[in-house]
Design a binder for this molecule. Structure first.
Ligand code: SAH
Length: 465
């Protein structure tokens, strides 16, 4: 983050701008929304600027900006649209102690003005550090369309009511009250009775929430999917939005944790590196401890919580403690991995069933399991299989599997650093060792990337080879 977004209190502060043309006009239209004292220096100001000066909305000096003109100013805009003049005025303003912005010159500016969605007092600032103004505009347009025009009014009325609502105990109950106001009761009242209706609704709503008993703790076992935040379900997003505590495992990516409610406590239950990771029993106790205190706990697991996630042990512990729970499914690594190679997990005429296996458990496989798996056309998604690759290869070949059976290894499926290694049973251990995969990887036994797409993966293979 090269630019840190902040909201600057400009009431009573000086804002100075040099320039009188289009660039100056564009900035002034924005700045006039603030409560700052604006001074414009322009030898030939545009008519609008003259009008604003006559109306007393800004001070106009019909001369070039000079030394000392930006003294005590919070912000200075160099908007003469002339690089030489802008360099001169900005150097002077900087010497006066103002923060300087040069219009259309990101490199020499000390701050930049974001794209703004204005629902005052709700303002959303969008910045791309100059990387993609088109993107900023698109995001702005999207938000403009999505946020009701009345949002600002609701926020203004809500703000005046904050002190009154403070009789609700801090935390969940107070949050529920405000969520109710902003997302359901408030907009409804606005539609029906305008601002007065909204004010009345606040009283009714508060009485209702005061009479509502405190919600009990609850545990949601939520699938975080394979890593791409867009592969989260809407239910997972909602659960993260409502969480007081998020207890996650090592597979959950930072991008997904970002989506948790800002006030939520994040606990990494899969930490390795500094000492051993938490034991299952410790994790169970941790979940119960928080939920028993009344927290909405999200137990966030990579992929789908029902696939190699030790879910049942946690459910039993939670249930044993008399705490309510529910499961939100997620996209499992096998689904994300086959999607990335354009294949199906099952296919008419090839395999009518598919196995989800863990590399660990395969060590305890009986002969008949191996024999079944070794039959032509079988497909298996092998989780946590990297370490056992050589063992798995040996057993399968021993039980008659073709050495040429395709195997595809998908590392970091769905993430920006996803890699695909297409190999065969014969080559597996060697290719795997050469690939040096460090991220989570899924082995798709019996599947190769779809031929039509093979070209796409050539690069990845070469990279890995
Ligand atoms: N519940 C998870 C699996 C947990 S077991 C799920 O449904 O996906 C952990 C194993 O899952 C890893 O060792 C790896 O084999 C696999 N895995 C998880 N995320 C993955 C990803 N993004 N890409 C490839 N494999 C992944």
């Amino acid at each position: 983050m090269k630019h840190f977004p902040i909201f600057l209190a400009l009431e009573g502060r000086r804002i100075v701008l040099s320039g009188g043309g289009d660039a100056a006009l564009a900035k002034l239209r924005l700045l006039l929304k603030t409560r700052g004292h604006i001074t414009v220096f322009a030898r030939s100001p545009a008519p609008e600027i003259e009008t604003w000066a006559t109306e007393g909305r800004l001070t106009l000096a019909r001369r070039a900006f000079g030394p000392g003109d930006a003294l005590c100013a919070a912000l200075f805009y160099a908007a003469d649209e002339n690089p030489v003049e802008d360099a001169r005025t900005s150097a002077l303003a900087r010497a006066d102690g103002a923060l300087v912005n040069i219009v259309d010159n990101l490199a020499d500016s000390q701050f930049i003005t974001p794209a703004i969605v204005d629902r005052d007092p709700v303002t959303i600032a969008i910045g791309t550090e100059g990387a993609a103004p088109v993107l900023a505009r698109a995001i702005k347009a999207d938000l403009e369309a999505r946020l009701p025009a009345t949002l600002g009014t609701l926020a203004r009325i809500g703000k005046a009511f904050r002190k009154v609502a403070d009789i609700l105990p801090m935390g969940r109950r107070r949050r529920d009250f405000w969520a109710d106001f902003y997302f359901s009761a408030g907009p409804r009242a606005m539609d029906q009775g305008g601002e007065d209706g909204v004010r009345q609704t606040l009283d009714t709503l508060l009485a209702h929430h005061l009479a509502t008993p405190e919600r009990e703790g609850h545990v949601a076992f939520v699938g975080a999917g394979p890593g791409d935040p867009e592969l989260l379900t809407l239910k997972a997003r909602k659960a993260l939005d409502a969480a007081d505590v998020v207890i996650h495992d090592r597979l959950v990516t930072p991008e997904i944790l970002e989506l948790a409610r800002r006030e939520a406590t994040l606990i990494d239950a899969g930490k390795e590196g500094f000492g051993p990771s938490m034991s299952q029993d410790e994790i169970n106790q941790l979940i119960i401890r928080h939920a028993a205190k009344g927290a909405q706990v999200v137990r966030l697991k990579g992929g789908d919580p029902t696939v190699f996630g030790r879910l049942d042990e946690e459910i039993e512990a939670v249930q044993g403690a008399g705490i309510s729970w529910h499961v939100v499914p997620g996209i499992t690594a096998a689904s994300a991995s086959v999607a990335s190679i354009g294949q199906s997990l099952t296919k008419r005429g090839r395999n009518a069933s598919v196995r989800l296996l863990t590399g660990h458990d395969m060590k305890g496989f009986a002969d008949h399991d191996w024999r079944t798996l070794a039959r032509p056309g079988e497909v298996a998604a092998i989780y946590m299989g990297k370490k056992s690759a050589r063992f798995i290869q040996g057993r399968l070949i021993m039980h008659g599997a073709e050495r040429t059976t395709p195997i595809t290894l998908v590392e970091n499926a769905s993430r920006p650093d996803q890699r695909v290694l297409s190999t065969t049973l014969e080559q597996l251990p060697l290719d795997l060792a050469n690939a040096g995969a460090t991220g989570p990887a899924l082995m798709l036994f019996g599947l190769a990337p779809r031929a039509a797409q093979a070209a796409l993966f050539d690069n990845a293979e070469q990279e890995l080879a």
